[in-house]
Design a binder for this molecule. Structure first.
Ligand SMILES: [Fe+2]
Length: 339
């Protein structure tokens, strides 16, 4: 009988997910692409060009636009949609063997899998694709064979380019109020490992989080329990050169892109120097550099109570947004309690 991933529990762990390990350093996956459904695609076009410094997008058969940031044809896929949020998390397998082993594992766990149709594969520009849902209902697309761009990547804004390769395009941070179920899914089903667990306070807001790795990148996916309404909290692109991060920060201020967290550095073992701003859809982006890699083999999860070793001072705008979110959650909780 098929398992409903939204209500199921996955008591697995990376160690119990044999056959989906790649080359031994992680589970053979990487964050390959992100798909956003956005209300104002023209604003995103300007944002991707002016703020992120990405070249002209490609048009896909489903009407979405794909932006590249390295040798792949697309990494950020922007489609028109009312959600203004994450539409799909694209995890790429390092080869067909990993893809096949993962497919067999999903079958063995009776998890419903939607085979990627030819039109979907054409729009994602991948050779093979299967889609599942995580416990929060986020679409997770598992793919292999990303289409390569015919010419090298060049960006005037990020002259040294972005750090991607086998580490993937950066990271995605999801919002969830079912942290344990999400952790069990990403570790027990997909084979991620836990890099760190976070419990902290930002202003009056309590935040719990988990940072998950699938290769040497400290986290390709993180999940935060915090009072936000969106699925996506932020995504991060890693520049090769920290100077490009500083210039992007200056560019954001000049273009009046709302800043959430000023320049700062995440503590060891991550070490990323970055800043955070707001996308045209209201969730955040992070541009960073200097991300330290971890050794997934034998990694023991760490616990942390701090998100930054210096800087990352929240803007007044973010403080007000957090206060409004907390108030909205309290009102929602209160009206639920009265029912
Ligand atoms: Fe981040």
């Amino acid at each position: 009988m098929p398992v409903d991933p939204v209500n199921a529990s996955f008591p697995g762990s990376p160690a119990s997910a044999p056959g989906i390990a790649g080359n031994g350093a992680g589970c053979g996956l990487a964050l390959g692409y992100l798909v956003f459904a956005v209300r104002k695609p023209s604003r995103w076009e300007r944002f991707c060009h002016d703020m992120l410094g990405l070249p002209e997008p490609v048009s896909n058969p489903d009407g979405s636009h794909g932006y590249r940031m390295d040798g792949a044809m697309q990494r950020l896929i922007v489609a028109e949609g009312a959600e203004d949020d994450l539409a799909a998390l694209g995890l790429v397998c390092e080869d067909d063997t990993v893809f096949d082993a993962l497919a067999a594992r999903l079958r063995g766990m009776h998890i419903p899998v939607e085979e990627g149709s030819p039109p979907l594969r054409a729009s994602r520009r991948v050779q093979r694709l299967m889609a599942i849902r995580d416990p929060d209902g986020n679409a997770v697309e598992l793919a292999v064979g990303m289409e390569a761009a015919p010419v090298p990547f060049v960006s005037g804004a990020f002259s040294s380019g972005f750090h991607t390769g086998r580490l993937g395009m950066g990271h995605a941070v999801l919002v969830s109020h079912r942290l344990e179920a999400m952790e069990a899914f990403y570790t027990g089903v997909l084979g991620f490992g836990v890099s760190e667990r976070l419990a902290t306070k930002v202003g009056p807001m309590d935040i719990r989080g988990i940072f998950l790795h699938c290769n040497e990148r400290h986290h390709s996916v993180a999940i935060f329990d915090m009072p936000l309404q969106k699925r996506m909290q932020h995504f991060m692109l890693q520049a090769e050169d920290v100077c490009d991060v500083g210039m992007a920060f200056e560019r954001a201020k000049l273009a009046k892109v709302p800043i959430s967290l000023n320049m700062g550095q995440h503590p060891h073992p991550d070490g990323t120097i970055s800043f955070y701003g707001v996308t045209p859809s209201g969730f955040d982006f992070e541009i960073g550099a200097g991300c330290k890699e971890i050794e997934p083999r034998g990694w023991q999860p760490l616990h942390t109570t701090v998100t930054s070793s210096w800087g990352h001072k929240p803007s007044l705008r973010l403080q007000m947004k957090m206060a409004a979110s907390m108030l909205a959650s309290a009102v929602k909780g209160g009206s639920r309690a009265k029912q």
